[in-house]
Design a protein. Structure first.
Length: 455
């Protein structure tokens, strides 16, 4: 990493720039200097640097930092913005803080301590390479022994044509696992198509999955391919299969057994060429209940089963995920890079994460937007409320909400919303699609609310 890193030192004081260059050259491949920001465009044409050490004042006599901050804004607007370390005069803390607010990843005061400068550059490079690595492995992060097992299962099954069933609670990363299987398979060049089976109404199930011919029914104004045809040559991800009505299960079973589908209104079946990966958040006791899921369909789908454990059972993954998503949102919202206060990290690792990685991701987004201190505090993540307790019946529930919120029996909308969502999830046995429908929300809107309430 260090050998190929490209570092730029932007400082009008050539002695300072030269000293930094000599220091960093011992460790890094390309260390360039520039004394005039007006020539920055030429330099960027040759490729954006990974890290820029940026002096904030160029014109002699100017100390307001406006020139440097303007360069910082320009660098942050690049498609692949470099990490920027601001160089400020000793004691110019307000200017350093302003640079951090505008997206600088760190600051160094002049004259600097060599070890501190080297550490700042190394840490900026390490963050960048962690983010790039995560993107390259289709985003499935985590190095706990449980996640290592999941990744090694993916590597073993991906090259085969075996049907894979991914099991785990909402938000554990089942879709990411399915995508990783596709990406490592011989079908990687073709489509990966995800279908939310829980959201397909029984009445349009066949038309959506198998397609239809023009005129087959009143609304069939033209031929339409189903999901099986659209994913031809690739992988079809059947998500939320635990929520399919039994009648739809029978139709899916027939298609999988015969390896062919007949579009509605067609007189001939079409062979299917898809790799099936399915997923559900049903616990296994319910999945094996024939009243809920047909055993013969289960047998077709679960040639290989991958279980993705909830985040509370792989807490070793929490720090890496936090750093990943905090960095991602800091870059996305152009917010300063902050460290996590050690006490916050400890409490976040101990949190039960009922919404798993999705909830962690939402919590990080919230923290990046709302943090107002130098470090992220636990409160910034919006997880202060305990996980929902079993719900009392309706009238008692309202009283409980009022009591929960204190304030002389005054109702608070937020708490009521949280209770309602928890009740819907309870009733839908954790099925997100069903709960969203019961609440009159889209799945995406429900996910946002789950994140907001830390459920
Ligand atoms: N191991 C992981 N590394 C990085 N991000 C993850 C990981 N697992 C999940 N995520 C993120 O969490 C969110 C939820 O992941 P995903 O949709 O794959 O979960 P899921 O189990 O399929 O959820 P659901 O059952 O609710 O459909 C996504 O934003 C995803 O990027």
């Amino acid at each position: 990493m260090a050998d190929t890193a490209h570092i730029l030192i932007l400082d009008d004081d050539t002695d300072v720039a030269y000293a930094a260059q000599m220091l960093l050259r011992r460790r890094h491949g390309r260390v360039a200097t520039l004394d005039d920001p007006a020539r920055l465009s030429n330099l960027l044409e040759a490729g954006a640097p990974d890290v820029v050490l940026l002096d904030l004042n160029f014109t002699p006599g100017r100390i307001d930092g406006a020139e440097g901050l303007a360069v910082l804004d320009r660098l942050r607007a690049l498609a692949r913005p470099p990490a920027v370390i601001a160089l400020t005069a000793y004691a110019d803390v307000p200017l350093a803080v302003e640079a951090l607010k505008r997206g600088a990843s760190d600051f160094i005061t002049k004259p600097w301590d060599n070890a501190r400068l080297i550490a700042a550059v190394d840490s900026a490079l390490a963050r960048r390479s962690a983010a790039a690595g995560a993107a390259a492995t289709s985003g499935l992060m985590g190095d706990s022994s449980a996640m290592r097992d999941v990744k090694s299962m993916i590597a073993s099954v991906a090259p085969t044509e075996a049907n894979v069933m991914v099991l785990g609670e909402n938000g554990v990363g089942k879709e990411l696992v399915a995508r990783a299987i596709h990406a490592a398979s011989g079908r990687a060049g073709a489509t990966f198509l995800a279908v939310d089976m829980g959201a397909l109404p029984e009445s349009t199930f066949e038309s959506e999955l198998f397609g239809h011919r023009k005129g087959a029914f009143t609304d069939a104004r033209s031929d339409r391919a189903g999901r099986f045809q659209a994913a031809r040559g690739g992988s079809l991800f059947l998500d939320e299969i635990g929520n399919m009505p039994l009648a739809s299960q029978a139709k899916l079973l027939t298609a999988l057994e015969r390896r062919e589908v007949t579009p509605i209104g067609a007189d001939r079946p079409e062979a299917i060429d898809v790799r099936i990966v399915s997923a559900t958040n049903l616990d296994e006791a319910r999945l094996f209940d024939p009243g809920v899921f047909r055993p013969d369909l289960l047998f077709r789908l679960n040639t290989i089963v991958i279980r993705v454990p909830p985040l509370r059972e792989r807490r070793d993954d929490v720090p890496g995920l936090l750093h990943h998503y905090l960095s991602l949102y800091e870059a996305q919202y152009r917010r300063p890079v902050r460290e996590l206060a050690p006490s916050a990290l400890e409490r976040l690792c101990a949190w039960s994460w009922p919404g798993n990685v999705r909830a962690l991701r939402h919590a990080c987004e919230r923290a990046v937007i709302l943090a107002a201190q130098d470090e992220y505090r636990y409160e910034d993540f919006g997880l202060a409320m305990p996980a929902p307790a079993p719900l009392p019946e309706a009238p008692a529930r309202l009283a409980a909400v009022a009591a929960h919120d204190g304030a002389d029996g005054e109702f608070r909308l937020g708490a009521l919303e949280r209770e309602t969502i928890a009740a819907a999830l309870d009733k839908a046995r954790g099925n997100i699609s069903l709960a969203a429908r019961m609440l009159g929300l889209s799945r995406a809107a429900l996910y946002r609310k789950l994140g907001k309430h830390g459920i």
